[in-house]
Design a protein around this ligand. Structure first.
Ligand code: IFM
Length: 440
């Protein structure tokens, strides 16, 4: 790879990320049904109707997986704690679930890996989904209870806590586009989910502060959005898409406001008195996690409903997901967020990575495209630091090939290949190259 650890400040952190439902094996340890289990069981929602029952069986193989992180010389592991494992119905504690995360965190510390925890990476318990899920304000309070319970058990040992992973996916992608659970296409549901997920962040932050947690933040996904061309229509489409995708969550959290271009469609459907929640939502955070994958071009499409947008991939080479490979976009997003929203608050690249149809041949996986991808994106991070963004770490998504939500096990993001029949792990060429690059 075309970078080395010494290109970065001494305290810069290199790591890899995963999420509970995507790797653990949800059928083990008394975890409760989630909205992903029921969504996957519905017709046509997920490739081959696959779910997270077994996934990578990290639940039993976590020691082997943490050894992979350690052997690669990584400093930190970004993982998530499944709400439905800890509280199968969203409210009642499952001691087995707490014991599991206790063991997992201790196993990280035994290997000198800093535990970067995410509270919610999409395992909404079905019992709460039945009551309206993120459309229902009560879910935010139940989430606060979950934050309390899991923090009482492992909060003394984690390096940081992010409340929510990718609020745009939880709300807009899941309630308007319908691609993720619960698979709705409903503007009113969307407006409510987009506000409630922010409120859940705020309420959980309040609970964590009451316990003295002093390294808590949120992880938001951003695209590097551009107008498709120089027409007025593309300009307007860009402003709307950027407001929904890139500004809604960060503006609420750092400024206590919502962008008018997004409210233009959402305001009539917002929960009553939403304005009263903005102070709780915009309380200070200690870091911002940024997930970046691609650039998007926004064009006007007046044959569609509000926001009248066609969002297209850029022209460059595409990954297995069909997403354009565009490293400059990471630099743009990092410098924009520092400049416009968080100033010198610590920023982490909490996810960046790509999927490819990787195959094991003679015991090795030659993922040359990923190797270049990682090199270019780490270098884009370096440029952002040089331009003043206070970026403190880079986490590759993902350590392992895993359950890629609506795409089932078809898309491979890992630096480590997983054979989903035998569960054998095979580090790919990118893993070995990353290891060499970050060696001390
Ligand atoms: O796999 C997902 C992850 O759960 C959230 N961020 C994007 C990744 C790739 O799609």
């Amino acid at each position: 790879m075309d970078f080395k650890r010494s290109d970065f400040p001494d305290d810069f952190i290199f790591g890899a990320a995963t999420a509970a439902y995507q790797i653990e094996g949800h059928k083990f340890g008394g975890a409760g049904s989630t909205h992903w289990d029921t969504f996957a069981a519905g017709p046509g929602n997920v490739v081959r109707a696959e779910n997270g029952d077994l996934a990578c069986d990290h639940y039993h193989r976590y020691a082997e997986d943490l050894d992979l992180l350690k052997d690669a010389g990584m400093d930190a592991y970004r993982f998530s704690t499944s709400w439905a494992r800890v509280m199968p119905d969203g409210r009642t504690v499952n001691p087995e679930g707490l014991d599991y995360y206790d063991r997992l965190v201790d196993a990280m510390l035994e290997r000198d890996l800093m535990p970067f925890q995410t509270l919610y990476h999409w395992e909404l318990p079905s019992a709460l989904a039945d009551k309206g899920g993120w459309m229902n304000r009560d879910t935010c309070h139940h989430f606060g209870d979950f934050a309390d319970v899991i923090t009482d058990r492992i909060g003394d040992r984690v390096a940081s806590i992010a409340t929510i992973n990718e609020p745009w996916c939880i709300s807009f992608l899941s309630h308007f586009i319908g691609h993720h659970a619960p698979g709705l296409r409903d503007l009113r549901a969307t407006a409510r989910a987009m506000h409630h997920v922010n409120l859940a962040h705020g309420l959980a932050t309040t609970r964590l502060r009451a316990k003295g947690v002093n390294n808590c933040g949120i992880v938001i996904n951003f695209d590097d959005t551009e107008p498709h061309d120089d027409s007025v229509g593309s300009d307007t489409a860009y402003a709307s898409w950027d407001a929904i995708m890139n500004r809604w969550f960060i503006e609420a959290i750092t400024k206590g406001t919502y962008p008018k271009e997004a409210l233009a469609g959402l305001a009539p459907h917002m929960p009553e008195n939403w304005q009263d929640d903005m102070a709780e939502i915009s309380q200070p955070i200690d870091f911002l996690g940024i997930n970046y994958y691609t650039r998007r071009m926004a064009a006007a499409d007046h044959d569609t409903v509000w926001p009248h947008i066609r969002s297209e991939e850029g022209p460059g080479e595409k990954t297995q997901m069909g997403w354009e490979i565009y490293p400059d976009g990471l630099r743009n997003v990092l410098t924009r967020m520092a400049r416009d929203y968080v100033d010198d608050l610590p920023i982490y690249v909490t996810e960046n990575g790509m999927a490819w149809d990787d195959k094991v041949k003679d015991g090795t996986v030659d993922d040359a495209v990923r190797l270049q991808f990682v090199s270019d994106h780490v270098n884009a991070t370096k440029q952002a630091i040089a331009q003043g963004a206070n970026v403190k770490g880079f986490f590759y998504w993902s350590l392992l090939d895993n359950y890629e939500w609506a795409f089932g096990y078809e898309k491979r993001f890992g630096m480590v290949h997983v054979d989903f029949d035998t569960l054998k792990r095979t580090p790919k060429a990118s893993y070995h190259a990353f290891k060499s690059a970050i060696a001390r």
